[in-house]
Design a protein around this ligand. Structure first.
Ligand SMILES: *Cc1c(COP(=O)(O)O)cnc(C)c1O
Length: 372
C-alpha cells in the first residue's frame, strides 16, 4: 500500500537552477550572492529591515535571544505547547524558561495567563505562532508597555501568516524562522532572524559568526558560535521566496478543502481561524473530542493501517524528562497543553497533496471514527 506522507516539499526547476549556479560559482560556504539576496528578499516579504541568516531555526532562536541581550539568570516566557528548541535556546544562554498555558481553540499561547508569569527577571516573552496561525498579539504588546520586556516571535511555522493585516514576524522586537524541509518554505536546513533594530542586528550578526572583530579579525570580545547558512542553502531559499505566494495560496486552498470535508465528522475539530488572523494552514491540525473515548495515538495508529501518515502534537515542555532533570517546572501544570497533546494530531499536509488524497484522508477518518 502506498502511504500518504505527512509531509513532502515541492522542489521545482528554479531551485535546481539556482543551486547549480551557486555550486558552479565556487561560493559554497557562507559568502556569496544568494545569501544577501535571500536575506533581503525574505525580510522584504515579512516587512522588516534587517535579516540574519543562520543554519537552522533552533540556532535562530538562540541568536535572537543573544541579540536581545539575554544573560544568565534572565527569565524567558514561552508557551508550554511548543518545540523543545525554544527552551534549549534559553538554557544555552543560562536563562530560565518560564511557561504559559495555551488557548484551547488555537493552541497558541494564551495572553490571559501571561501577566501572572511576569517577574523582575523577565527579559523576553516568546510567542510561538503554531501550525500557521498567529498568536493574539495586542494583549502581549500592551503588557510590554507596562513591563518593558522584549518580544521574540517564533515564526518557524507561520511564514506569511498575518495578525490584523500585518505579517507575523514583524510585530515584536525580533523574530525567527526555520526553513527545515517541512516548513512553509525550505532550504533543506536553515533559519533566519529578522528585526528592525540595528543594535539587535549587529549582535546577532556577531553571534552567528564567532564574534570576529571588525578591526582585528582574530580578536574576540565575546563568545559566539558558528551558525552560518551556506550560499547553497540560500540559493534554494531564493527560489522558494519567488514562489512563496503560490505556496501559501495552495496551502490555504488545501486547508479549506479539509475544513469543508471535516465539517460533517462528529467528534473532530479542525484548527479554527480567528477573525483577526490570516492562517497559512502550515499543518492541518485536528483535535478529537474526549467524548469519542479515543486518544490521538489510537486514532493515528488506525489511520496508519489505512495508509495515512500523521504526526502527534507537541508534548508539553513541562513534561519533558530532559527539562525536568534540570529541576524545571516541578509541580507545575498546564492542562490545556496536556489536553492538546492527548487529543491532537496533524493530517498529511505536504505540498504535493492531491485532492483525491485529501478525500481519502477524510473518508478514512470517518471510517475509523465510525461516523455513518
Ligand atoms: C521547526 C521549529 C523550530 C526549529 O527549527 P529547526 O530549523 O528545525 O531547528 C523552532 N520553533 C518552532 C515552533 C518550530 O516549529
Amino acid at each position: 500500500m502506498k502511504m500518504i506522507p505527512v509531509n513532502e516539499p515541492k522542489i521545482g526547476r528554479l531551485e535546481s537552477e539556482y543551486l547549480l549556479d551557486a555550486l558552479n560559482s565556487g561560493w559554497i560556504s557562507s559568502s556569496g550572492k544568494y545569501i544577501d539576496r535571500f536575506e533581503k528578499e525574505f525580510s522584504a516579504f515579512i516587512g522588516t529591515e534587517y535579516a540574519i541568516s543562520v543554519c537552522n531555526g533552533t540556532a535562530a532562536l538562540e541568536t535572537a535571544l543573544h541579540g536581545l541581550g539575554v544573560k544568565a539568570g534572565d527569565e524567558i516566557i514561552m508557551p508550554s505547547f511548543t518545540i523543545i528548541s525554544c527552551a534549549i535556546a534559553a538554557i544555552r544562554l543560562g536563562a530560565k524558561p518560564v511557561l504559559v498555558d495555551i488557548d484551547p481553540i488555537t493552541w497558541n499561547l494564551n495572553p490571559d495567563f501571561l501577566e501572572t508569569r511576569i517577574s523582575k527577571k523577565t527579559k523576553v516573552v516568546m510567542p510561538v505562532h503554531v501550525f500557521g496561525h498567529s498568536v493574539d498579539m495586542d494583549p502581549i504588546l500592551k503588557l510590554q508597555k507596562k513591563y518593558k520586556f522584549k518580544i521574540l516571535e517564533d515564526t518557524a511555522e507561520s511564514h506569511g501568516a498575518e495578525y490584523k493585516n500585518q505579517r507575523c514576524g514583524s510585530l515584536g522586537d525580533c523574530s525567527t524562522f526555520s526553513f527545515y524541509a517541512n516548513k512553509l518554505i525550505t532550504t533543506g536546513e536553515g533559519g533566519m532572524v529578522l528585526t528592525n533594530n540595528s543594535e539587535i542586528y549587529e549582535k546577532c550578526l556577531s553571534y552567528k559568526n564567532l564574534y570576529f572583530s571588525k578591526d582585528e579579525r582574530f580578536r574576540h570580545e565575546e563568545l559566539g558560535y558558528n551558525f552560518r547558512m551556506t550560499n547553497l542553502q540560500a540559493a534554494i531559499g531564493c527560489a522558494q521566496v519567488k514562489r512563496i505566494d503560490e505556496i501559501i495560496d495552495s496551502k490555504i486552498s488545501m486547508g479549506r478543502k479539509y475544513a469543508k470535508q471535516l465539517e460533517d465528522i462528529n467528534g473532530l475539530r479542525f484548527q479554527e481561524e480567528k477573525n483577526w488572523a490570516k492562517s497559512v494552514y502550515w499543518m492541518y491540525s485536528v483535535e478529537l473530542s474526549p467524548s469519542l473515548g479515543l486518544s490521538a495515538e489510537e486514532v493515528r495508529s488506525m489511520l496508519m493501517k489505512e495508509g495515512i501518515e500523521t504526526r502527534p502534537f507537541f508534548r508539553g515542555l513541562h513534561s519533558q524528562p530532559s527539562l525536568q532533570k534540570l529541576g524545571l517546572f516541578q509541580n507545575e501544570s498546564y492542562p490545556n497543553t496536556d489536553h492538546a497533546y492527548k487529543y491532537g494530531f496533524y493530517l498529511p499536509s505536504g505540498m504535493t497533496l492531491k485532492d483525491s488524497e485529501i478525500r481519502k484522508v477524510t473518508d478514512s477518518l470517518k471510517k475509523v471514527l465510525k461516523n455513518k
